[in-house]
Design a protein around this ligand. Structure first.
Ligand code: PLP
Ligand code: COI
Length: 351
């Protein structure tokens, strides 16, 4: 398969213009991108070419009916200069799960993995080596086929672009527990990484920002009594010494960071519960002092500690701890990702 990937190299790399010591998140792009087209019922051979704008017909169904899904993953360099990925097959499987729900054709695992590896080889110099930075990888698929008929397209693109990136959030985040809007509903597409889920988040998030918060804590669409996600992250709550996270469902993305953190926490002998968390329980715990930590988990942000939350016009502060679980777990996962510790789980994949 790798020999089938056509590679068109950039004439002059842009890398010298990039300040690797001051990387933003996801807005500086590496030299190359990978594109694979689905046409006449099959995937054509992938092409790696210089990163550039793409051309689509104005009637392409992505613009009208939102058939669009994506993934988020990262590549790291270890001290020896090896290129490392973290549980990449999980991203491929989830992309195909999202594809099924959005009636987008499945991308064969070999296409995804070989394409990704070849692209990383071509743009290896773009993988940051400084602490806290990595190469953010964005695989995505969308309907490039034409027509206003409201039905699935007959042509699709699978693409991978990469962006050397620093931290997603600058510091701790202050969140608002959402009582009116929902990012996803039962029977909907919340479990899929569909572009439309994020579009649906922007308006309520904008309202929360206007009130002085950074992010929204999503609650269940039916009762708004249970907390489910934090922005584009899964959420963990620590009450006394027990770490709690909601079980995944139709409305929640099955986060790869979430399941890795669950495993690491158990192996660090932390008490872990996967169960519904009610807003009422969090408020009572905040009032009694039993609420020690809340944090979001996700590829982009890794672990993002929450400094406080608002609910029904009242603000609650979280304590500042000397050794928060969030820091312990963040070190455990990033040490595995960057080859600073053993990986008994087989999560790390060396290129
Ligand atoms: N929840 C949502 C809605 C997300 O967009 C993400 C980001 O990918 C996550 C959770 C975390 O998932 P993962 O840990 O696989 O990145
Ligand atoms: C990620 O964590 O990789 C995500 O996809 C979140 C994103 C919306 C920035």
């Amino acid at each position: 398969m790798s020999s089938n990937i056509e590679i068109k190299h950039i004439e002059k790399s842009k890398i010298a213009s990039v300040d690797f010591n001051n990387l933003p998140f996801g807005s500086v792009f590496s030299d190359h991108m990978l594109t694979c087209t689905f046409k006449n019922g099959k995937w054509e051979s992938p092409v790696i070419e210089p990163y550039s704008p793409i051309s689509l017909d104005p009637s392409a169904k992505i613009f009208h009916y939102g058939q669009s899904i994506f993934e988020g993953m990262k590549a790291y360099k270890d001290a020896e200069g090896n290129t490392l990925l973290f549980r990449p097959l999980e991203n491929c499987k989830r992309l195909n799960k999202s594809a099924e729900r959005l009636v987008i054709p499945q991308i064969p695992e070999e296409f995804f993995m070989q394409g990704l590896k070849e692209l990383l080889k071509v743009d290896e110099a773009w993988i940051p080596t400084n602490e806290g930075s990595s190469l953010y990888i964005r695989p995505f698929m969308f309907a490039s086929g034409n027509g206003f008929h409201a039905s699935p397209a007959n042509e699709y693109k699978f693409m991978i672009c990469t962006a050397p990136s620093g931290a997603y959030f600058a510091g701790k985040v202050n969140v608002l527990i959402e009582e009116k809007y929902a990012r996803a509903a039962n029977g909907g597409v919340g479990f899929a990484k569909a572009g439309g889920n994020y579009a649906a988040q922007f308006y309520p998030t904008q309202l929360a920002i206007e009130k002085g918060y950074n992010q929204v804590i999503w609650t269940d669409d039916n009762t708004h009594e249970y907390i489910e996600e934090a922005g584009a992250m899964n959420i963990f709550v620590r009450i006394n010494d027990t770490l709690i996270t909601s079980p995944t469902n139709d409305r929640i993305l099955d986060g790869i960071t979430r399941k890795s953190i669950l495993q690491l926490a158990e192996d660090l002998n932390m008490a872990v519960e996967v169960r519904k968390i009610s807003v009422a329980e969090v408020i009572v715990a905040a009032q009694s002092g039993a609420l020690k930590e809340m944090f979001g988990t996700g590829t982009a942000a890794v672990i993002s500690p929450i400094s406080g939350f608002g609910f029904q016009e009242k603000d609650y502060e979280l304590p500042t701890l000397e050794m928060p679980f969030a820091s312990i777990l963040k070190k455990s996962i990033t040490d595995i990702q960057t080859n600073k510790s053993e990986d008994p789980y087989g999560w790390r994949v060396q290129l």
